[in-house]
Ligand binder design. Sequence first.
Ligand code: ADP
Ligand code: ZN
Length: 430
Amino acid sequence: MDDRYWDKDIETMQRADLDQLQLKRLNETLKRASRSRFYEGKLPERLKSLEAIKEIPFTTKNNLRESFPKGMVAAPQEELIRLHSSSGTTGRATVIYHTRNDIDNWTELLARSMYMTGVRPYDVFQNMMGYGLFTGGLGLHYGSERLGALTIPASSGNSKRQIMLMKDFGTTVIHITPSYALHLHTIFEEEGVDPKRDLNLRIAFLGAEPYSDGTKRKIEHLYGINVFNSYGLSEMNGPGVAFECTHKDGMHVWEDNFFLEVIDPETGGTLEEGEEGELVFTTLRREGMPIIRYRSCDIGAVYKKRCPCGRTHRRITRIKGRTDDMLIIKGVNIYPMQVEKVLMDISEVGNNYLIEVDTVDYLDTLIIKIEVRPEIFHGSIQELENLRRRITEALRTETLISPKIHLVEPNSLPPSEGKAVRVVDKREKR
Ligand code: ADP
Ligand code: ZN
């Protein structure tokens, strides 16, 4: 037996066979989806090729909201066993329904993803994502149990208890948002616990929000841990849509369960492999609530090359941001991730930051509040001023506009225990 794979047949399936499987499942999906009020009469009966999917209109977050609560449900009530609701980062929440098979498939995807990173039944998995309507908690919980790891349903928050659990039970694997991982480390420092020296941590799954490569490296360094990127969205179950393998170069999208397209967000036209655009997903197995051509708003690209790990499922890049979190400041487009990318490469920068946009004398202003390392904050004024200049210059080079930089004390900005709020746009309220 080859113990690198959880499900070798599926993970390393020949590309042509995988395409065939996708087409078969896509056609089954069209049939099932037609039973919902939303898709009824809108879908072709059968597609001859995967490309033909382009004739079908997109489904948007607004469509989901308009058909709230059950307009997209395609299975009878007695077959539904669970619902999840998205966190509503951008507007009213949406709801997704699952049948027993849906939960079972989702669980498999997470067991497969976790196994791929090297988690084994002897591991102790502490799940620090919110349990409840949010998909990050229960999703990985089920996956970890199926894999056979000892699972600690810690949920998010209560940092001191998190540290205690890690010590008491010898946690080896954690699941956490990047912003909370950074915040939690400041509590480690307060408690005088060094995760590298005092704990057994070896693997971390980081996801649920965009983060830069620099943030990943910083967390690896602070915790002495191997970070794997985990991507998902509630509309496509939640986590388990795409995950990094041990090569840690892009995330494999589980294409036996999801059909992926990348489109130009402006025109809706399909982009080639390697081109950056909006990710569009179609569920291929879901029964409770199939969704076709869902515009995720997430920006990324598909790798052209096969991964050396032997898996044939295509890889996507780190998510650069969301089409709906792009800021337009003085006519210039900026993604919060561009700011994070610059900040995390500067070693004096601490573990939190906040972007504020406002209007002063009819002009947009960009203010970035940045926590700095304690020794820097309490050090010489001249050094602090030099750092401020250096950051301003680096940000100008990356974003083409000059922000106002406020360097602030460690732990003075609102901490994140789940998904971080990175931008406060005061312009909208006027
Ligand atoms: P909401 O859109 O209300 O936050 P979800 O909880 O479903 O709902 O969040 C899904 C979104 O979280 C994704 O569309 C994406 O923007 C973000 N996300 C999840 N995982 C990652 C990741 N690994 N990298 C970047 N962004 C991510
Ligand atoms: Zn791989």
